[in-house]
Design a protein around this ligand. Structure first.
Ligand code: SF4
Length: 270
């Protein structure tokens, strides 16, 4: 029987590129992970912005965003899927305050009353030869001339200049899916960093997307090889210190704390 196509999202693709073993833990073994403060903040702020754009334009104010934040948090605060691991009552206020700051920053970047979102949290997918690309686009605006603008909210920091291209990986991924699935090359894709705050924009062309598609096909082949051979290289890096699976990672099997096992090190295809 034929194996089902592997499913790849921007975050799982990034996992494989940064560490194939991490990809295995997350996408093949589907191991549970504690909810981090950063991940929970991202989910809550995204939910508030989605709800805000569902309201009539005149209601899209900072005060209303704050009300939505409180109401949405109240609905999920006891749910371990949404509550950061180990968040106590005292730190909860501080953590909510961080969410508020991100939302205030959002209003420094744009005025949502003047925008018409055509799609919110839009699920898109497309099949390559060995891989099913899929994911959720935060927001799409279809401009009066019919062109598309894709927006992705980021709750982390703006990447340094050398990391900008890597940071736009997710949006290039979505631009490719939009082009292949709907025959539309988005006119602009925007990464909206709520923490700094700042917007990075990117204007894809067909030529860029053809090159990106070749890159994704190579990545799909590398993942397929890893699956077929059950060969998952580790790629130790400073990120290991925050990796939720460090305690079971082969690269750290012979250590109790700081130094990865050099025997388990390996390189993976990009
Ligand atoms: S601990 Fe490091 S090497 Fe191991 S899976 Fe996590 S990121 Fe990869």
């Amino acid at each position: 029987m034929e194996k089902p196509l592997l499913k790849l999202s921007p975050s799982s693709a990034t996992d494989f590129k940064s560490c194939p073993q991490l990809f295995k833990f997350r996408s093949i073994d589907r191991l549970e992970e504690p909810t981090s403060a950063a991940a929970a903040r991202g989910s809550l702020v995204h939910a508030v912005l989605e709800r805000l754009f569902s309201e009539a334009p005149e209601h899209r104010s900072p005060e209303h965003a704050d009300e939505l934040l409180v109401a949405l948090w109240e609905g999920v605060r006891q749910n371990p899927e949404f509550r950061p691991d180990g968040l106590g009552l005292r730190s909860e206020e501080e953590w909510l305050g961080d969410n508020r700051t991100l939302l205030r920053n959002y209003f420094r970047l744009e005025d949502p009353r003047s925008l018409e979102a055509s799609r919110l949290e839009w699920w898109v997918e497309y099949e390559l030869t060995d891989m099913h690309l899929r994911g959720r686009i935060d927001r799409i605006e279809v401009q009066p001339d019919g062109s598309w603008v894709l927006t992705d909210y980021k709750t982390g920091r703006v990447p340094g200049e050398s990391r900008e291209y890597a940071a736009s990986f997710g949006l290039r991924f979505y631009a490719l899916v939009c082009w292949r699935a709907f025959q539309v090359v988005p006119a602009e894709i925007r990464l909206m960093y709520l923490s700094d705050p700042a917007i990075l924009t990117f204007n894809p062309t067909k030529q860029m997307l053809v090159a990106f598609e070749l890159q994704m096909q190579a990545l799909a082949r590398a993942i397929k090889r890893a699956v077929d051979n059950d060969d998952w290289r580790t790629r130790p890096s400073p990120f290991c210190m925050t990796c939720p699976h460090q305690t079971i990672c082969p690269a750290w099997a012979h250590t109790t704390a700081q130094t990865p096992d050099p025997e388990a090190r390996g390189e993976a295809a990009d």
